[in-house]
Ligand binder design. Structure first.
Ligand SMILES: N[C@@H](CCC(=O)N[C@@H](CS)C(=O)NCC(=O)O)C(=O)O
Length: 230
């Protein structure tokens, strides 16, 4: 068993008064939600989803069928990753991710919106050129790189995106930069972005990242989910 596999002995009882988090390990939206939940100390029941075989319970909670989805103990459904981050951090934010000192929450959300909008579209065009044969992966890489070059400029002023410490935007954006970097690691390494690379390396080396990248077997109806964070 790989070291990061979750031991079966940690299976927790189904039900119970814990929010349920439908998640998918490799989804960058789910990663950011899991990091905020882990940092907040909020405990959840994690249900790992197979995207091509989504559980009926997930679709009943949120028919749009994306992860992450959080079902709170009162039945409230939160089906956007940023809202799940805010839900967790507004309960408990020991690392001040919502108040980095160098920006307001609205300013951080504006940067994250650029990531989720234009940058994500170019990331997809670059990463999955086969999904749109007319699109040119190289052009998408160039356009996505504009966002990354801007991050590099900001990181020349402060170590993290909005100050010296990681905060909401760093956590929300890093999983997408990670994906972009992984498409062609040699190309990414060759770009004039030393601060961005250091920033990404730091995000990926943070204990909270390792914590949320543990592997869980897919959840099946009638079975207990896993205690998260484990
Ligand atoms: N805006 C949503 C986007 C979530 C999203 O698109 N998640 C992807 C996985 S990374 C998904 O569930 N896709 C549905 C599918 O592939 O069937 C959020 O922020 O939570």
């Amino acid at each position: 068993m790989a070291q990061e596999d979750h031991p079966q002995a940690d299976l927790t009882k189904a039900g119970g008064a814990r929010p349920i988090l439908y998640s998918f390990r490799r989804c960058p939206y789910a990663m950011r939600a899991r990091m905020a939940i882990a940092a907040s100390g909020q405990r959840c029941e994690l249900r790992e989803v197979v995207l091509r075989d989504k559980p009926a319970e997930l679709l009943a909670a949120s028919p749009k069928g994306t992860v992450p989805v959080l079902v709170d103990v009162d039945g409230r459904v939160i089906d956007q990753s940023l809202d799940i981050m805010l839900w967790a951090l507004r309960r408990n934010d020991p690392e001040s991710w919502l108040q980095p000192g160098g920006a307001t929450l609205d300013e951080m959300l504006a940067l994250v919106a650029e990531c989720d909008g234009e940058f994500k579209a170019h990331l997809d065009g670059y990463k999955y050129p086969e999904r749109n044969p007319v699109a040119d992966a190289g052009a998408h890489r160039e356009r996505g790189a504009l966002f990354l070059a801007r991050l590099e400029e900001g990181l020349a002023v402060t170590r993290c995106l909005h100050g010296e410490h990681a905060a909401f935007a760093d956590i929300a954006i890093a999983p997408f930069v990670r994906q972009f970097a992984q498409v062609d690691a040699a190309w990414f390494e060759s770009q004039p972005w030393p601060r961005l690379r250091a920033w990404l390396a730091e995000r990926l080396a943070a204990p909270v990242f390792a914590q949320v990248m543990q592997k869980y077997p897919p959840w099946r109806a009638g079975q207990p989910g896993f205690d998260f964070p484990g």
